[in-house]
Design a protein around this ligand. Structure first.
Ligand SMILES: C[S@@+](CC[C@H](N)C(=O)[O-])C[C@H]1O[C@@H](n2cnc3c(N)ncnc32)[C@H](O)[C@@H]1O
Length: 265
């Protein structure tokens, strides 16, 4: 059946166009092992949405446990019915979804906390971001690691739209407004389909465009002992990113970049 705005599911489109949970979990798992000399077991996915990443974490190893946290009951129930439902009973028993604010603190038993797809940019002030980072710090084990991603580049504060062709639909990233005084911006994801139909504002994000030095400073203020930026390498043939992220202190002044951060307790 051809995808149209009437029959497509926005969460399914998001997972197929935005997320690459296999590469993300591979990076997180191997980086934790490199830094700590052991495999992580308990991972909390903040802003988990449909908990796709949590599900990949429990598929990765038989003793992995995943906890997904999101405020929105609708996305959590979609994740339960569509993602957790596809796991084996043993894997499903190792996923727990919690409907609550990510700033609630766990008891310090987590190996990893993940904040991906820039969701934490929705904290707009230093005080709110610091409060979140402190609660992550307190939720981690003594050798726990907080993983985040970040984006930027000279196109990041521009008002623009970018289109990408996906299988049966087009993904449109819309940077609709940016206020240089507050660094607050309004972004949307729209989807269009081969029959000409359009799913407008399928997702909306109001957030602050943070810079790496601001975030690294706040992570240090929250108590993390070491922070590292992982920058993407360049494919020599295409000149595009090669998907391999390594520790760096100098990045390229590109139009658009995405990087990972680790903050070690
Ligand atoms: C951009 S989605 C992230 C989806 C997924 N984590 C990913 O990487 O693609 C943002 C999610 O954050 C949730 N959210 C927003 N504020 C939150 C908060 N303070 N605590 C918990 N979840 C929150 C929203 O309900 C939404 O599902």
């Amino acid at each position: 059946m051809k995808l149209t705005a009437a029959n497509a599911d926005r969460h399914d489109l998001y997972q197929r166009s935005v997320q690459d949970v296999e590469s993300e979990i591979e990076f997180v798992d191997t980086t934790f092992k490199k830094l700590r000399g052991r495999f992580a077991q308990v991972l909390r996915e903040d802003f988990c949405g449909t908990a796709n990443t949590c599900c990949q974490w429990v598929r990765q190893r038989d003793d992995n446990r995943g906890i997904g946290v999101d405020l929105d009951a609708e996305v959590l129930s979609w994740g339960t019915n569509n993602n957790i439902a596809q796991l084996s009973p043993d894997q499903a028993a190792r996923v727990e979804l919690l409907q609550r604010d990510v700033r609630e603190t766990d008891d310090g038993g987590l190996d990893i906390v993940l904040a991906m797809n820039f969701s934490y940019f929705l904290f707009e002030t230093r005080a709110d971001m610091l409060r979140y980072f402190v609660s992550v710090f307190e939720s981690l084990r003594d050798d726990g690691i907080f993983f985040l991603d970040c984006y930027g580049g000279y196109d990041a504060p521009r008002v623009l739209t970018e289109e990408r062709e996906c299988d049966g639909f087009t993904y449109i990233w819309d940077q609709a407004s940016f206020n240089p005084i507050s660094s607050l911006m309004q972004c949307y994801i729209h989807f269009t389909f081969e029959d000409g139909s359009r799913m407008d504002k399928a997702f909306a994000y109001h957030w602050r465009l943070w810079t790496l030095p601001e975030l690294l400073g706040l992570l240090q203020d929250a108590g993390f002992s070491r922070t590292t930026v992982y920058w993407e390498g360049t494919d020599e043939e295409t000149g595009e990113g090669d998907g391999i992220y390594t520790p760096a202190t100098v990045g390229d002044a590109d139009a658009g970049w995405i990087c990972y951060l680790t903050a070690e307790k």
